[in-house]
Write a protein that binds this ligand. Structure first.
Ligand code: ZN
Length: 344
């Protein structure tokens, strides 16, 4: 009757011993220490909880960066990555409170992108959470590049940026408990832009707000000059069916509408209605706040501001800091209704 004993032993192993071992394994990874999920607190996914002892702390977060300069993937602690973003995105000469606002914006952007936390990662480099291209994810430069850029000012500048990151360590912007979708730009035209005018959808925290004190910034006003022929050639490269001609150009261009912030909403060129944002990219203009001047065989386009205008203006943030505002004042001004809270 030995087979009865074998069968009994097998049943005992399958039903009792294996599950017991499995539970033991889970508790070794601290599975039981997880906080219960809450509706209002934004929590990282379980993956993180299993792998680390103190799962919700920024200390343990690592970000995978695709570096366009070296064409390689680099893994580094989140806070170290933020130093490289602030160094690349804002002049180190800016006020400390402006640098701190930039650090929080950069951290929010990264946390939202990180795949381990449920983010989508960088869409053009699927192996990375973010890439270092300012026009795709957000700019980032290595420590080596910071040394090259700053030369003898490296120590002072680096220290100042590290301080801005340290003093905001772990802080991000949330809206109703979720990290916000972050947009910022260099210089406004005196007002920020509603996200819905630039991107495919509006967001409640991106409305039009005043952004004073930017008139003296180097990118505030810029002119772009094209010969009439050049202007027509560029337009026809995109709109080949247009009847635009170099003769009497001024009579063929008309601004159709402005957005609430005074930027061009739509314009009519050679009988074709074009969005201000599309026109900006087609001609490589600094912003969608533009005016035309026609002089002989030339078209002169004068722009005000630099960038899409959505969210924090970096120059405006620096001006606010000069007026004695803190980084939380700055962020709450440019990102309406957000909470600034510690991610842990
Ligand atoms: Zn990217």
């Amino acid at each position: 009757m030995r087979w009865w004993i074998n069968l009994l032993l097998s049943i005992v192993i399958i039903v009792v011993v294996i599950p017991a071992l499995t539970v033991q394994d889970f508790s070794l990874f601290g599975f039981d220490d997880r906080m219960p999920p809450s509706e209002t607190d934004w929590q990282p996914r379980d993956e993180i909880d299993i792998k680390t002892k103190s799962p919700k702390s920024v200390e343990n977060l690592e970000v995978t960066v695709y570096d366009h300069a070296t064409k390689s993937i680099i893994k580094m602690p989140l806070e170290e990555y933020i130093v490289g973003v602030v160094a690349a995105e804002m002049p180190a000469s800016f006020e400390l409170e402006a640098l701190k606002a930039q650090a929080v914006a950069a951290r929010t952007f990264a946390i939202r992108k990180m795949r381990a936390l449920g983010g989508s990662g960088c869409s053009s480099h699927p192996q990375a959470d973010v890439c270092s291209l300012y026009s795709h994810c957000q700019a980032w430069i290595s420590d080596e590049q910071q040394k090259k850029n700053w030369g003898s000012d490296y120590a002072t500048n680096h220290e100042k940026i590290v301080r801005a990151v340290e003093e905001t360590r772990g802080y991000i912007m949330t809206y109703k408990g979720t990290p916000i979708e972050v947009f910022f730009h260099s210089t406004s035209n005196g007002k920020t832009e509603d996200a819905g005018e630039v991107f495919s959808h509006s967001l409640p925290y991106y409305t039009v707000v005043e952004s004073p004190g930017e008139e003296n910034s180097p990118k505030y006003k810029q002119t772009f000059t094209f010969s009439n022929d050049q202007f027509v050639k560029i337009f026809k490269s995109r709109y080949p069916d247009s009847n635009l001609s170099a003769k009497n150009l001024s009579s063929q261009i008309k601004i159709k509408s402005y957005t609430k912030s005074g930027r061009v909403g739509e314009l009519i060129v050679g009988g074709i209605t074009v969005k201000g944002t599309d026109f900006r990219y087609l001609y490589g203009l600094n912003s969608t706040d533009f005016k035309f001047k026609f002089e002989g065989d030339k078209v002169i386009i004068e722009t005000t501001g630099y960038g899409h205008g959505v969210g924090m203006s970096q120059v405006g943030a620096n001006y606010m800091a000069q007026q004695g505002h803190t980084y939380t004042d700055i962020l709450r001004h440019y990102y309406k209704g957000v909470d600034i809270e510690k991610y842990r």
